[in-house]
Design a binder for this molecule. Structure first.
Ligand SMILES: Cc1ncc(COP(=O)(O)O)c(C=O)c1O
Length: 412
């Protein structure tokens, strides 16, 4: 079965009792048993639920494995993996450019109980090997990373991790299983913030953990029931609905991201564009090798002040200012003040996370509208500067990057 067919058919037969093409939401907490202890596969909805089971079946198919457990959020999914595999004294290696919430749960929840968190520049040759020790239980990476979209060679990281006797966890949220299949590259566990591309409509908070090996999956599955951070049936149903257009949406996101990256690259107000699809991106070659698309995220550093960034991100027509990503509606975010605010300023500086970095989650809108909106925002900064210069009595001509020069003029 091809990917798009799996999103619609895998684990989702018509409902047997009525033939309902789309299975109903099994909004139930418990199940009538035939005899004490004899049930029809379901006994209590924290343990299992038919709507959730359908979602877990299709997610497993999409990542090419058999085992999936869903959770009430991406962080609940992360917590299950960390609790399953980290005991006091155990070590975990993470890269510098890790999602802020992963950094926070490790440093504020797991470090205080005695786990050792080693954060490394994973792109530096030999850094991973030097960080691994006999006490390393997990190596945890994202690729592309959040928010600079750095790309790591997952197969190489997996080889080094396994040589040290540890497990590799890949957070595949940014790529989605359409564009990247971490298990084929050696991952032992894959986590998702299902909230993002998988659900796809910014209306659900949900997470998932996937594994290839039943023995690796078992402790996570145990914690799903034992600690109980399960998703509601209605949310599972919404994700099942969203998943059916995953391929269509991802292709649109990726096309939009490419158009935006090209429009921003070289703009005088843009210091640097981060998009793995640009040939000047340091991870471009690896991305070409291990991904089948470059994703829908673009970040860029504004060549300006933090105040200009704040004004830019607060006044877009189509990019709503908000946390999160991966939905059909475009979003813009200022990581230093939003998603990554939980990382102290000095740490952010060490991570190369500039205070003028802007992160874009391209939606499924038309790319002409999205690109025009961004170029208009940059033009507004230039106009404001020109006005300030004129007000200060300087007579140099104001420069204006012509919005129409790249074909994205007003008429949107
Ligand atoms: C890469 C990544 N992983 C995990 C998470 C956490 O997921 P959730 O917000 O669903 O708890 C996020 C959230 O932004 C994320 O961006």
């Amino acid at each position: 079965m091809e990917f798009a067919t799996k999103t619609i058919h895998a684990g989702q037969p018509s409902e047997p009792e009525t033939g309902s093409l789309i299975a109903p939401i099994f909004q139930t907490s418990t199940y009538e048993q035939d005899e004490p202890g004899v049930n029809r596969g379901f006994d209590y909805s924290r343990t299992n639920n038919p709507t959730r089971a359908r979602l877990e079946a299709v997610l497993a198919e999409l990542e090419g494995v058999k085992y999936c457990a869903t959770f009430g959020s991406g962080l609940a999914a992360e917590n299950a993996v960390l609790q399953a595999y980290l005991k006091p004294g155990d070590e975990i290696v993470i890269p510098l450019d890790v999602y802020g919430g992963t950094y926070r749960i490790l440093n504020k929840v797991f470090q205080p109980i005695g786990c050792v968190i080693t954060q490394i520049d994973l792109g530096r040759d030999g850094a991973l090997e030097a960080a691994l020790s006999p006490r390393t239980k997990l190596v945890w990476i994202e690729s592309p990373t959040n928010p600079r979209l750095l790309v790591y060679d997952i197969a190489a990281v997996a080889a080094a991790t396994h040589a040290a006797g540890a497990l590799l966890v890949v957070d595949n949220t940014f790529a989605s299983p359409l564009f990247q299949q971490p298990f084929t590259l050696g991952a032992d566990l894959v986590v998702h913030s299902v909230t993002k591309y998988l659900a796809g409509h910014s209306d659900v908070i949900q997470g998932a953990v996937l594994a290839k090996d039943p023995a690796v999956f078992e402790p996570v599955k145990f914690l799903q029931n034992a600690t109980g951070a399960v998703p509601a049936p209605f949310d599972c149903w919404l994700t099942l609905r969203g998943l059916k257009t995953l391929e269509l949406r991802m292709q649109r996101h990726a096309d939009n991201a490419e158009a935006i990256a090209k429009a921003l690259d070289g703009h005088p107000l843009v210091k640097r564009v981060y998009f793995p699809g640009l040939p000047n991106h340091p991870g471009h070659e690896i991305a070409k090798r291990q991904m089948t698309g470059f994703g829908g995220m673009v970040s860029f550093e504004l060549n300006g002040t933090v105040e200009e960034v704040v004004s830019f991100v607060s006044s877009r027509r189509f990019f709503a200012l908000g946390e999160s990503l991966g939905g059909v509606k475009a979003l813009v975010c200022h990581p230093a003040r939003m998603t990554h605010a939980s990382i102290p300023a000095d740490e952010r500086a060490k991570l190369g996370l500039s205070d003028t970095l802007v992160r874009l989650s391209t939606g499924c809108e038309h790319q002409r509208d999205l690109v025009a909106d961004l170029l208009e925002g940059l033009a507004a900064i230039e106009e404001a500067r020109a006005l300030n210069t004129a007000a200060a009595g300087v007579t140099e001509p104001a420069y204006a990057h012509a919005v129409s020069a790249v074909g994205y003029g007003e008429g949107v």
